[in-house]
Design a protein around this ligand. Structure first.
Ligand code: ADP
Ligand code: MG
Length: 699
């Protein structure tokens, strides 16, 4: 059905066909609807005038009042440009035009009072504003739009008069006809309850805000709407999964009790107890569990995993634990085997390098049900690996496993869907997790075992290298081991590799008396393993490595982590790396080495690391720096392309929207009540075939 919002832009009176085509090509604006949903990316306060004297480089835009004192045209051909000196009595700025010189030359006059608006850049000693917006100042004229919307526009669009202001004028043209056609897609009782303004007003005010307060209401309403529909959609999907997928009910837990009473090596933290309870509630329910377990490095996820595996074993079923690397699988086996043995439970490991004979044995005992817990790598996913009754899959360090792999695990029990527990040490803010892992329930271990000594983190410039080497030597003499990590980033791989090798050589020269390991991505897996093993056995004292050691590795005796070119790492990566130390009883250290010159963001990252050990706090700051789309663990999700909401800054609205969505579905799961009709019809019409909800101005 065609409607007003589908009207092609070419039908806007006075808009040239070429411009309409340009909008389609450059920013995907084809219709009236597209244009109205092209929201400003920010707003400029036009009530404020600056003086030339107070401009600093920090201002993205300034509005000035003054006059032109001189005009000149410089250069030839391509290089031809026009400059003018603009003065307001407190100082001068230089204005520059590279395009449309004749037009500009006709328009600007010396001595006339102008209001000027643009982005200042420092050029030598003077500020320079390229292609400023100018308007003759008229005494007593009230500016009608004090909050100027700024729209994204491309170079090509700007050349054709479709810069921010041009777009704004275009929107102004179609808005009067559009407003009466705009449909409300939230029930009135919700607008009332959450103090939200109507959709038409919101769309009008988002483009032409009357005041900061109006703008705030418009933004809140549209963000709420966007997040609300995403959450309703996610919660519905989750419910379908829950209702449909039956999991083996794991109710009996005698061995678990025995383990608690007789073998538990330490008191569980309250956080561990809480998540174990959450997991137990799930697995005994008869429905399939799909749960994400987030816990900072060292928070004790492995023990939780083992306890959950016992729930399976106690119910005539089996569990598997999958790790991303052989080293980690090995480590898990080594830490779990002693407990399993005490309880008389069989546990084995299966990886790519398991011998044929060993493999056959594992395959057989899995099928007969004799083997209860299997630890391994991707090798677990192979079709030949069949279980008698697999009830629980635990996946460690999830971000290396894709959704497809998760599905493969699901298929390993013909009668039930195995419960899935995904464990990750990359904390992401809870609100983000709710959205990115919308189909998973989330449990959080937000507490470290008591008695841990917080890792001391310091920042050192490269010039202090000798001092750092001296510190390393002292620690080695105390019997500790050291990681020395170099960045390895794809774009500059050859360069990084050279740095790593140079680093290795200089360390070898500085510590001739100690054996040193090196591990990097270009080594064969077997060689890597060999070196890792040497370090684990403390045969080598220093491990020079790239980020291959990032995840999960546990060498309690390694108590110093030195990170070279730390400014080149992301925050969550730095935090992961640091998590490799602080695992034993000794005081641990993390040394972040950088050059002198640091960008603002690098400085914030380094300062954050020095300031806190809390992974969730770090994740929050990381998200603010990078935006949620770049956070580790969120890449595959695709649910983060929001039009107006920002998961970094809009967590409060997200929480509200989530709660609201959950309450509505609780009362009215199928959205059948008449008052929820607007939600139902909007969702029904706006869900794409990949399950996302698209924006629309009609229902
Ligand atoms: P992660 O969550 O990073 O996987 P691990 O499971 O490897 O952490 O645990 C880190 C260390 O803490 C291990 O040596 C483990 O035995 C120990 N640990 C786990 N839980 C507790 C606890 N409640 N009290 C004391 N130590 C614990
Ligand atoms: Mg772990």
């Amino acid at each position: 059905m065609s409607n007003f919002f589908d009207t092609p832009l070419s039908q806007v009176a006075g808009l040239q066909a070429a411009k309409a085509a340009l909008l389609a090509k450059e920013v995907n604006i084809f219709t009236y609807g597209d244009l109205l949903l092209y929201f400003p990316f920010r707003y400029e306060d036009r009530s404020k005038f600056y003086t030339v004297a107070e401009i600093t480089e920090d201002y993205p835009f300034v509005q000035l009042k003054g006059h032109i004192s001189s005009i000149s045209v410089l250069g030839e051909g391509e290089k031809r440009r026009m400059t003018a000196i603009f003065t307001d009595g407190t100082g001068d700025v230089e204005l520059v035009w590279f395009k449309g010189l004749d037009f500009v030359a006709n328009k600007i006059r010396k001595g006339v009072e102008y209001i000027l608006f643009g982005k200042p850049t420092l050029f030598g000693k003077r500020f320079n504003i390229a292609h400023p917006e100018m308007e003759v100042f008229i005494e007593g004229k009230v500016q009608e739009q004090l909050f100027m919307p700024l729209y994204n526009s491309t170079e090509r669009m700007k050349k054709r008069g479709l810069e921010s202001r041009g777009l704004s004028q275009l929107i102004k043209k179609i808005l009067p006809a559009a407003l009466p056609q705009l449909q409300e897609n939230l029930p009135l009782y919700l607008l009332d309850k959450y103090k939200l303004i109507g959709k038409a007003t919101a769309v009008q005010q988002i483009h032409f805000p009357q005041s900061p307060r109006h703008l705030h209401h418009a933004q809140r309403r549209l963000k709420f709407e966007e997040l609300f529909f995403v959450q309703i959609n996610l919660l519905q999907q989750q419910k379908v999964l829950k209702d449909k997928n039956l999991g083996l009910p794991l109710k009996n837990i005698p061995t678990l009790h025995k383990f608690y009473k007789e073998h538990l090596p330490f008191d569980l933290t309250n956080a561990q107890k809480r998540v174990i309870k959450e997991i137990y509630e799930d697995v005994k329910s008869g429905k399939q569990m799909n749960r994400l377990l987030q816990g900072d490095v060292g928070s004790g996820k492995t023990m939780v995993a083992f306890i959950c595996a016992l729930m399976a074993v106690d119910n005539e079923a089996q569990a598997c634990l999958m790790a991303p690397t052989e080293i980690l699988a090995e480590q898990h086996l080594n830490s779990l085997r002693p407990f399993a043995e005490k309880l008389g439970i069989t546990i084995e490991r299966l990886t790519g390098s398991s011998k044929v004979k060993e493999r056959r044995q594992i395959h057989e005992t899995l099928l007969s049900g004799e083997l209860k817990i299997l630890v391994g790598t991707h090798a677990l996913l192979e079709d030949v690996v069949q279980f008698k009754n697999l009830a629980l899959c635990i996946i460690d360090e999830q971000h290396r496993f894709g959704v497809a792999q998760r599905a493969k695990l699901w298929a390993k029990n013909a009668n039930f869907f195995p419960h899935v527990l995904v464990m990750t040490a990359t904390p992401i803010p809870r609100t983000l997790a709710m959205t990115v892992y919308g189909d998973l329930d989330v449990s959080v271990i937000d507490e470290l075992p008591v008695g841990r000594k917080p890792i001391k983190t310091v920042h050192k410039y490269d010039s202090a290298r000798l001092e750092v080497f001296g510190f390393m030597r002292k620690e080695i003499e105390k019997g500790r081991q050291i990681y020395l990590v170099y960045p390895l980033i794809e774009e500059s791989e050859a360069m990084d590799y050279k740095n790593l090798m140079d680093g290795y050589e200089s360390v070898a020269r500085a510590f001739p008396e100690y054996p040193i390991s090196i591990v990097h991505g270009q080594m064969k897996p077997a060689d890597k393993d060999f070196e890792m093993q040497r370090f684990m056995k403390a045969e080598t004292k220093i491990m020079v490595a790239t980020t291959v050691i990032e995840v999960g590795v546990n060498v309690p005796n390694a108590s110093v982590m030195v990170i070279e070119s730390a400014e080149r790492f992301g925050l969550s990566q730095l935090h992961q790396l640091r998590g490799r130390v602080g695992r034993g009883a000794e005081q641990s250290y993390c040394v972040l080495m950088t050059g002198f010159k640091l960008s603002k963001d690098s400085r914030i990252r380094i300062e954050t690391m020095v300031k806190t050990n809390n992974g969730f706090e770090i994740a929050d700051i990381d998200m603010k720096l990078r935006g949620p789309g770049d956070m580790t663990g969120t890449q595959q999700s695709g649910v983060l392309d929001f039009k107006i909401a920002d998961l970094g800054t809009d967590q409060a609205i997200l929480q509200e929207a989530r709660k609201c969505a959950a309450e509505i579905l609780e009362e009215d799961a199928a959205l059948e009540k008449p008052e929820n009709q607007p939600i139902q019809s909007y969702l029904a019409n706006r869900k794409t075939n990949n399950g996302k909800v698209t924006w629309s101005l009609i229902s």
